[in-house]
Design a protein around this ligand. Structure first.
Ligand code: NI
Length: 166
């Protein structure tokens, strides 16, 4: 949970696809769905590797679309911008509008080790950019004005202290 130095680190690329990594990705999806959330990046569970999972399908009855992305990279962005209210499982109960490119092309390695490329838009575009930011040690609150960011960080520090006290 923020503030945590591990959330500020540049994560290392995944060079070898192993069963261990696949199991880690599957666990992350479970954690994300349980939260519930629409995305989770490895550094959020203390693993400093370039791995994110996401699924932005939120409607009940709609088929889930779990995505596992190793070494995801934004390779193109639209000029058009989109604004969404973002939150983060590492910054519970704090939300703020963030403006980002409305569409992004992303390249990644999937669970089977195959390269994939896809254009994401709307909520998916926001989510994938938010998650890739995590791999570069960047949080959505880093897009906010300093005062707002400091306020959220202070609240989180207090919450962490309370949780530690039990
Ligand atoms: Ni997040």
């Amino acid at each position: 949970m923020h503030p945590d130095p591990r959330l500020k680190k540049l994560c290392a690329p995944v060079t070898d696809m192993t069963d261990e990594l696949r199991a880690l990705a599957d666990d992350m999806l479970t954690t994300m769905y349980d939260a519930p959330g629409i995305g989770l990046a490895a550094p959020q569970i203390g693993v400093l590797s370039r791995l994110v999972v996401m699924d932005c399908i939120k409607e009940d009855g709609e088929k889930p679309r779990p995505l596992i992305m190793f070494n995801p990279e934004v390779i193109a962005t639209s000029e058009e911008q989109g604004t969404y209210e973002e939150g983060c499982l590492s910054i519970p109960e704090q939300y703020a509008d963030v403006t980002r490119p409305a569409e992004v092309d992303v390249r990644w390695i999937d669970r089977e080790g195959n390269e994939q490329t896809e254009t994401f838009s709307k909520l998916w575009a926001t989510c994938v950019q938010h998650e890739i930011d995590h791999l570069d040690g960047k949080l959505f609150i880093d897009y906010l004005k300093p005062l707002r960011r400091q306020m959220i960080t202070r609240k989180m520090t207090k919450l962490k202290r309370e949780l530690a006290r039990g």
